[in-house]
Each structure stands twice: as C-alpha cells, then as structure tokens.
Design a protein around this ligand. Structure first.
Ligand code: MTE
Length: 306
C-alpha cells in the first residue's frame, strides 16, 4: 500500500477539521440509525427541539450508550442491564409528585411525555468509576414538573424513588443496595434548568437499560445521582439519604458534584476515560458545567460536602 507523506498531499485533498467533524457526526448518526432500526421495541416520541445546553462534542454511539450501563437492579456487570432489563415492564407506569406541595399529582407516563415539550440535550455523563460518555438525551426540565405542583416553603429537597419489584428486577433479590434505589437533590439543584427528566435518547424512547420509562439526568454530578426508572418524586424538608450514602457514607456524599480535586477515598477523580477512546482526558470541575452551576455552591466547602 502506498502511503503519502504529508508533504505530498495537495491542500485540496486535506479535509478541513470542521467537515471532518461533521462527517464523523454523520457517520455516527448513520450508525446510530442502523442500530435503532435493529431495535423493534423502540417507539417514537413526540417532536422535539434542540436544547440550549448541549455540548458540541460528538456523542457516543447508540451501541456504546446501551451496552455499557450501571443499573444494579439488573446485575452489577456493565453488560448485565442490556442482557437482563427486558423483564422490566414500562407500561402501565405512573409517576407521582407528592410531599410538600399544594397540588400533588400522579401522572400516567404517556400523558406526562405529551404534556411537557421535549428537548434534545447532549450532555456529558461522568461516572464516579472514572469513565464518561456523551449522550443525546430527550427530555424536559424537572423544574417544569415541580413548578406545576406548587412546592410549599417546607420543600427544601427533592427525593427520587425508583421502582421496587424483585419480580421484574432480579438484582433486587440480592441485598446489593438498600432497595429501592433512592436519590436526592437540593430544591435549587432540582429547579436548575440543566436538570432533566429524560424519556428518550437518540430520538427514541429510553431503552430499558438506560432507565425506561423515565429517569433523572443531572449533568454536573457523578452519574449515580441520575436515578433510573423513577416512580415517585417527593418534596421534603430534610436532606434525603440516597442508596449510595447508606451503602458507603465515606465514599458517596449527598452532593456528589464532579470534582477533579476531591478524590474518591480509594481512587483519584482527576482524569476520565471517554468510552470508545484509549487515552484519558482531564476531568473538568462540575463536569464542565461550572459556568451554569458553580453559583449554587458559593461558600460551600466542597471537600466537606462531597
Ligand atoms: N438508577 C438505578 N435505579 N439503579 C442504578 O443502579 N446506577 C447509576 C445511575 N442510575 C443506577 C441508577 C449509575 S452508577 C450511573 S453511572 C448511571 O445511572 C448510568 O446511566 P447509563 O447506564 O444510562 O449511562
């Protein structure tokens, strides 16, 4: 094979980086569409618009996003959720919003998906284990949902309760975590415009292994804050105790903001490996969303409140 030295290549044959990136996007998009065609259970969602807070980084492929998951209800290996989550029944499904609010409401999932305009948000997801992905979510801001129930002055935090049903979720037959999987946010974090309730990705309904039919996505926090398969959202006065805080309080705090300067007690958080890449890249403060969220933590000692 004849390999041209760079000096032999006329400028007209060199692809400008912008076009290369567009092509890469296109190729990835085409691969994603082909993969979607192979998933007959995926239903289309209502029309959506591109969101304001996307990253311009290329998204991971649908295959990467749906085959490398943490969803302990279906096993603890990365490949377990894709293999086992078919037992999850996502219809009928309701989500109740309750607690310290004037108008508590129980939503049917399909009515909920129709009621709030969907947006595509391309967010980085940084797992506490040291890997990351870029995922094109479809969803709506959690703030829209919370405003509708009219939180009272007693609502200081939001607790997320996920499905508990060992018949559908084989991992719940073992005491890996204190089931159901619970997470929590401060009310202002929950109301932040970046905080998303995701019902889809790559233009289709959420695959079961990614937390169907509805999950939280908080892009500036470690991935485990983004609870999957939510059935209840509770407005509460006291700081909730999440499943990971209960399991290992020294390792997982309530805040769990992505922070390259605060190590996990057993490993560094300074770098991450993007799935599909070989070399590690530096982890960014607040996962790169500092401009939008740093003010929420002004004056807070982030070493103490990890
Ligand atoms: N939600 C539930 N119900 N159960 C889980 O085990 N794992 C968390 C989070 N949400 C988890 C969960 C962790 S550790 C991560 S990194 C993300 O989901 C992974 O989301 P993804 O598989 O869609 O990338």
């Amino acid at each position: 094979m004849l390999i041209k030295k760079p000096a032999d290549i006329p400028p007209s044959e060199i692809t400008p980086e912008t076009i290369y990136r567009e092509r890469r996007h296109f190729i990835q998009g085409a691969a994603a569409l082909a993969a979607l065609a192979a998933l007959p259970t995926q239903a289309a969602l209502p029309a959506y618009k591109k969101g304001l807070y996307g990253t311009t980084e290329p998204a991971n492929s649908l295959k990467e996003i749906t085959s490398y998951n943490n969803f302990y209800e279906f096993g603890t290996d990365k490949s377990d959720p894709a293999a086992n989550a078919y037992t999850l029944r996502t219809r009928p499904w309701t989500v109740s919003i309750e607690g310290a609010c004037r108008r508590p409401k129980t939503w049917d999932i399909d009515a909920l998906t129709q009621a709030f305009p969907l947006e595509e948000r391309i967010y980085r997801l940084r797992c506490v284990e040291g890997w990351s992905m870029v995922i094109p979510w479809l969803g709506f801001p959690l703030a829209s949902l919370l405003q509708q129930v009219e939180p009272t002055a007693n609502a200081k935090y939001v607790e997320f309760v996920t499905l508990q049903d060992p018949k559908q979720m084989p991992g719940q037959r073992r005491p890996i975590l204190d089931w159901p999987y619970l997470e929590g946010l401060r009310l202002d974090e929950a109301m932040h415009p970046l905080t998303l309730m995701a019902v889809g990705l790559y233009g289709q309904e959420l695959p079961k292994q990614n937390g169907a039919p509805i999950r939280l996505v908080v892009p500036w926090k470690y991935g485990f804050k983004s609870a999957k398969s939510i059935v209840k959202i509770r407005l509460v006065e006291r700081q909730p105790v999440s499943s990971w805080m209960r399991a290992a309080p020294r390792e997982y705090g309530f805040y769990s903001n992505v922070n390259p300067e605060v190590d996990h007690p057993r490993w560094s958080q300074a770098k991450e490996r993007r799935i599909g890449e070989f070399l590690k890249r530096p982890t960014l403060m607040f996962n790169g969303y500092g401009e939008q969220v740093a003010h929420l933590y002004a004056g807070l000692d982030l070493r103490k409140y990890y």
